[in-house]
Design a binder for this molecule. Structure first.
Ligand code: SAH
Length: 345
């Protein structure tokens, strides 16, 4: 039995006490959750307080990015990343804003041509505890380090979140309820798994977190080559799905994020740009994120920054909101698509 199953039979208020305690970065064991009754404390004492164990921490040269290799109870490992950025606009004692990048699976079955995680193959889904505990791990790390707090969560680490739908949904709801992280501070990124995308629209319990789609080409044949999981009718589906998405998530902070990594000579020519403009204009409120490619395979070469800037300008001229992602942590292989647990393989 895992903690989740045990808690299912407990009244709501007891579940609240446990989760509130687990999300309190000052507490280090169930014993310290003083609100718990003795018998419940007895019942849960054998469940691990933290289900992930750090076995290696690597810091980037500038010190702003930290990658952790975490060991799970069955000996599998995953990586998770902490990114700090100075934000002088707001006044808060600690001027760093922290984003954590969480993994959702051990390995990944999607096998995108440009991504290092796919090369590891797929091992298994992460449990709710393992998802939540990546957050709790960083929460404690920051509390010890400089009293900092997690400001944003991105599900952009190893794995495909929509293939671990139920556990990801539950973890997201726990982050919002007990981690006090606003739903607009959480982003889930997907390769575009059709059944999962349909489910999140129909499911009243799926929280309105930000949604990002890894697009990488709006030309079906090119996307299929880069992302073997690309379904033949995916773009037709996406256009239709986006209408339902906007009908369900109507807030101004809700938009469809489109992520586009730049591979020189593959997806960065004018034909691809035109195709992106055409597709994006059919998707309602979108925000386009242009990502410099981080080398992982030796097969692809990233496009020049000039090309990203040119695309940004042309897309903005067409009326889109466009950002260029500032990649962090390349020197410790902690940037997008570089997570592959390679220290131990
Ligand atoms: N499976 C999900 C979650 C991973 S998110 C998804 O694909 O969305 C990781 C993001 O980084 C995705 O947008 C992915 O396409 C992108 N990415 C993967 N490898 C990359 C690389 N080498 N350089 C830049 N971006 C990469």
């Amino acid at each position: 039995m895992n903690l989740k199953e045990l808690l299912q039979n407990q009244p709501r208020y007891k579940q609240d006490q446990i989760w509130q305690g687990k999300f309190d970065s000052h507490l280090n064991s169930y014993d310290q959750i003083t609100t718990l009754s003795k018998d419940l404390r007895e019942k849960i004492k054998d469940f691990p307080w933290l289900s992930v164990k750090p076995i290696l921490l690597q810091k980037s040269k500038d010190g702003n990015t930290v990658k952790a290799l975490l060991e799970l109870s069955d000996g599998q490992t995953i990586e998770t990343v902490l990114m700090g950025r100075v934000n002088k606009r707001e006044t808060r004692e600690n001027e760093f804003r922290y984003t954590i990048c969480l993994s959702t699976q051990v390995g990944c079955p999607m096998n995108c041509a440009f991504c290092a995680t796919g090369k590891m193959g797929f091992k298994r889904n992460l449990s709710v505890d393992e998802l939540v505990d990546q957050y709790r791990f960083w929460q404690r790390h920051l509390a010890e380090k400089d009293g900092g707090e997690v400001d944003n969560i991105v599900l952009m680490g190893q794995g495909e979140p929509l293939l671990n739908y139920d556990n990801v949904k539950e973890a997201l709801n726990l982050f919002i309820k007990y981690g006090k992280i606003g739903q607009s501070k959480i982003t889930m990124s997907t390769c575009g798994v059709i059944p999962g995308m349909k489910k999140m629209i129909e499911d009243s319990d799926f929280p309105p977190v930000r949604f990002a789609l890894s697009l990488h080409s709006a030309i079906p044949e090119i996307r299929k080559k880069l992302m073997p999981s690309h379904a033949d009718n995916f773009f037709e589906f996406l256009i239709d799905w986006s209408k339902q998405y906007h009908a369900k998530f109507t807030s101004r902070t809700q938009f469809i994020g489109l992520e586009y990594s730049f591979l020189s000579g593959i997806n960065d020519d004018d034909k691809n740009l035109k195709a992106l403009i055409k597709l994006a204009s059919k998707l309602g409120r979108v925000r386009i994120n242009l990502i410099p490619y981080n080398d992982t395979t030796g097969i692809f070469v990233g496009s020049d920054m000039e090309i990203l800037k040119k695309w940004q300008k042309k897309l903005m001229d067409s009326g889109f909101t466009v950002t260029i992602r500032l990649s962090q942590g390349q020197d410790i292989a902690a940037a997008c698509g570089q997570l592959r647990n390679d220290q131990i393989s």
